[in-house]
Design a protein around this ligand. Structure first.
Ligand code: MG
Length: 266
């Protein structure tokens, strides 16, 4: 099942996304926010509505997380391209929810940053409260679905500050969407690609994660309670690089779709 969040008549709604005559369209309203259902998307109540082609909808960020937890250096070749050691355990950091950005909206480059980079990533959305699950517990019920994330970064400030809160946390630095799906399995492997102005810059696959999803979930939830709707960005493949005003960044996750955002100067 796939869903998005969108604006209609000045109100935000969640909508079921289905293929209609070969095109994705919003076909039904979801009557409950998916993150409030504690788990199974298939149980969501829906209401009939006039179909809206996904390409014509006013999409919003499909998640409203209490926190965004990111994993750094989760692909070997990306760790190496920035001259970093391959980590022995997951490296995690936060982006603030105020950095969320809807599909299609402008990423604003701050005046105080010299270099701003895209980082295309698979995003995971939490289905139900997760805190220190038992070692033998199946973690799949804790996962509501997956989406595309751009972990946009002020690279010069990341290097200068010593910690990453400012460099990763500017408003508009977390584009996410266009929809959430539970129909892919990153454990088997899904492609993650980033294009700038149509040119391929990153091409990875989740089967090359240094730390698989279960390891990441256990590591984070050892420290903090993950709440329904929380977003986890799972790390970026090699090929990160700078963008400037006028560029358009597209992050594509196989089976999810493409998250497209123009870059502008503040
Ligand atoms: Mg990242």
């Amino acid at each position: 099942m796939k869903y998005c969040r969108f604006q209609l008549n000045s109100q935000s709604h969640y909508g079921l996304v289905e293929s209609v005559a070969g095109r994705e369209a919003i076909t039904r309203l979801l009557l409950t926010a998916p993150e409030e259902t504690s788990g199974d998307m298939e149980d969501l109540a829906t209401k009939r509505m006039d179909h809206i082609p996904l390409a014509d909808a006013s999409l919003l960020a499909p998640v409203r997380p209490s926190k965004i937890v990111c994993v750094g250096r989760n692909y070997r070749e990306h760790a190496e391209e920035l001259g970093n050691e391959v980590p022995a355990e997951p490296l995690i950091f936060f982006k603030p929810p105020s950095s969320l950005l809807a599909p299609g909206e402008n990423i604003r480059r701050p005046r105080i940053a010299q270099r701003t980079d895209y980082e295309g990533e698979l995003g995971l959305i939490i289905a139900k409260t997760c805190y220190q699950p038992a070692a033998e517990e199946d973690l799949r019920p804790y996962i509501l679905g997956y989406t595309c994330v751009n972990d946009f970064t002020a690279r010069d400030l990341q290097n200068k500050d010593g910690q990453w809160t400012r460099a990763k946390g500017f408003d508009t630095f977390c584009p996410v969407g266009p929809l959430v799906t539970d129909e892919i399995d990153p454990r088997v492997g899904v492609g993650v690609e980033t294009r700038v102005n149509g040119q391929l810059r990153q091409q990875g696959n989740t089967r090359d994660f240094i730390f698989p999803l279960d390891v990441i979930l256990r590591y984070i939830s050892q420290a903090m309670t993950l709440l329904p709707g929380d977003l986890i960005a799972t790390g970026t493949p090699k090929g990160v690089g700078p963008v400037v005003a006028g560029d358009v960044v597209e992050v594509s996750v196989e089976g999810v779709g493409t998250l497209r955002n123009p870059v502008v100067d503040e």
